[in-house]
Ligand binder design. Structure first.
Ligand code: ADP
Length: 263
């Protein structure tokens, strides 16, 4: 659980880092478009003075931008997903102390964990991050206190439901629901909530990356996320993760071992 807190601080730092990089990248792009614009004008005027200098300027900016993306890629590669068979109930239960400390005294925590919850397959660290991020969002939405409820359930998604829900495929899932009794979200905010860098929080308090990372995590895990919210009533966040058949894991591991042995 302490690890989860450190992870979340790390994500906060990553958020600031990414925001800074996007800003730098944008500045470099402006340097390039500015130089190109000047060159275009010279050409239109039939003059060639300074064109070399503008070209050099554009080139330097482009090279710096390439350097930035290389550093970003190197950074991204250091955090590979590590999917495995996961019991969501014990994972959430192990976070109880951390969650209570994060929520403070004015917010009650209710854990409603389904008996016989199916195992799922995902990166357990990412799941922990997701739950912690959802709890932090819920806390921020309940400045005057309230209730945070985390529920787990088995969920069978039939063809009709999948048909009516773009992004959710038919099949067996576990469902993790995080609900608060907080400020809620407007239709506009719900629509944009998963966008990277979208935040309604004051500068320095929100990175706008929490929900976008959860969205990415769900997609990479073949899961699904949904928000139900009403202004003044509260928000329910649903995270679907695929049911995992424990026996399958071994087969997969054997296959990959074989593959490594052959190469
Ligand atoms: P951040 O928390 O850094 O703002 P997120 O991506 O986690 O970034 O959330 C984006 C936005 O979605 C928040 O700024 C907030 O407006 C809204 N939001 C997220 N969770 C909740 C919640 N539980 N209740 C109300 N609004 C929420």
């Amino acid at each position: 659980a302490e690890e989860a807190l450190r992870q979340s601080q790390k994500m906060e730092a990553i958020g600031q880092l990414t925001g800074g990089i996007a800003h730098d990248f944008n500045n470099l792009l402006q340097g390039i478009t500015g130089s190109l614009d000047l060159i275009k004008r010279r050409v239109a005027q039939g003059r060639s003075n300074d064109i070399d200098r503008f070209l050099d300027g554009a080139m330097t900016s482009a090279q710096r931008a390439a350097g930035l993306t290389h550093r970003l890629l190197a950074f991204a590669r250091r955090q590979p997903l590590d999917p495995r068979s996961v019991g969501a109930n014990p994972l959430i239960a192990s976070m109880e102390d951390l969650l209570r400390r994060t929520l403070g005294e004015d917010i009650a925590l209710e854990l409603v964990l389904a008996a016989d919850l199916w195992p799922t397959r995902c990166d357990p660290n990412q799941l922990e991050n997701a739950v912690l991020n959802l709890a932090i969002n819920a806390r921020d939405a309940m400045p005057d206190g309230g209730v945070l409820r985390i529920e787990t359930a088995n969920s069978q998604v039939d063809a009709a439901t999948a048909e009516g829900t773009p992004g959710l495929a038919q099949g067996s899932y576990i469902l993790i629901r995080v609900s608060d009794t907080g400020a809620g979200m407007s239709a506009d905010t719900i629509e944009r909530a998963f966008e990277p860098f979208f935040t309604t929080k004051p500068t320095g308090q929100g990175t706008g990356l929490g929900l976008s990372m959860i969205y990415g995590f769900a997609r990479q895990s073949d899961g699904y996320t949904a928000i139900q919210s009403e202004v003044g009533q509260g928000t329910t966040f649903s995270l679907y993760l695929p049911r995992h058949d424990g026996e399958l894991d071994q087969t997969l591991e054997m296959e990959s071992d074989d593959a490594i042995a052959e190469t």
